[in-house]
Design a protein around this ligand. Structure first.
Ligand code: SF4
Length: 276
């Protein structure tokens, strides 16, 4: 982010905190006053909390080493969520110590970290805390917004010029699946809109974790949409789906190698900007 934008972040953090008094940060439109302790769909008040921080190497190659901070709380309810305890009960996570994380970020960057990776849960529902943190870190640090992209315009405005790379986790390719698997039947419209907006002012990587048995309903529509709307945007396909113990509507099996290879070939044949 530029020095000029960096100076502005404290003011944006104040705006984000103000937005919590009638919270409409995301399409759940809860309208609760989180600063008064009220909680909406994401079960968060105004205290930003985290449940993990780690220097991580298993991300897209241009991002690593990546210093990751996992904020608790989410606005989706994914059937295959790997960190559901932190989203169902975000209050059990630790309160963010901004000065500690600012110092830790500097420490990792002085030793070769390439990116600061903000994720969750979902970072958008914690944007006030994230902006507070970013106001305390060096302006030269590369910021990755690792998000489900399910948020309202206010979040996009607050991030404009601050985020260097949007790592957009595009989970499903149709609203039937998003309703069953994520608990959101307006998911696609919102997420596509936000990815297009993000691509106007920053780098974007669309990441799709391949879901076993969801090629026709999810993978193919995503690839077709990208080819039509954002053919230049980077695409990252992951084959690391883990079936949950209680699968519910989620796939109950692991992805087969042939499914992974077929998906890669499909993306390549469509001329998409596939990365590793
Ligand atoms: S951020 Fe949380 S409280 Fe605010 S609208 Fe979204 S789900 Fe509701």
């Amino acid at each position: 982010m530029s020095v000029a934008v960096h100076k502005d972040i404290s003011e944006r953090a104040r705006q984000a905190r103000k937005a919590l008094t009638d919270c409409n940060l995301c399409p759940r439109h809860c309208g609760v006053d989180r600063t008064a302790g009220e909680k909406g769909f994401c079960r968060l008040d105004d205290t930003a909390r985290y449940f993990r921080e780690v220097l991580y190497f298993n991300e897209e190659s241009e991002l690593i080493p990546s210093y990751q901070i996992f904020f608790s709380g989410c606005n989706l309810v994914c059937e295959y969520c790997a960190v559901s305890q932190w989203n169902n009960q975000p209050w059990i996570a630790k309160e963010v110590d901004y000065d500690f994380f600012a110092a830790k970020t500097s420490y990792h960057f002085s030793r070769g970290a390439k990116t600061l990776n903000l994720l969750g849960g979902e970072p958008a529902v914690n944007i006030h805390g994230i902006l507070e943190l970013l106001s305390r870190i060096d302006s030269g640090i590369k910021v990755v917004w690792n998000s489900n992209m399910y948020y309202n315009n206010i979040v996009d405005s607050l991030l404009d010029g601050i985020v260097d790379i949007y790592l957009a986790d595009l989970k499903c390719g149709c609203n039937d699946c998003s309703k069953k698997l994520l608990g959101a039947d307006d998911y696609l419209e919102v997420v596509k809109r936000n990815i297009l907006k993000a691509a106007e002012h920053a780098d974007v990587i669309v990441r799709h974790i391949l879901l076993p048995g969801h090629s026709q309903c999810c993978l193919e529509p995503i690839l077709k949409w990208m080819k039509t709307e954002i053919p230049q945007v980077k695409l990252s396909l992951w084959g690391n789906y883990f079936p949950p113990v209680e699968a519910g509507a989620a796939p109950k099996e692991y992805l087969m190698p042939r499914e992974y290879i077929k998906a890669q070939e499909m993306a390549k044949n469509m001329g998409l900007n596939l990365i590793k």
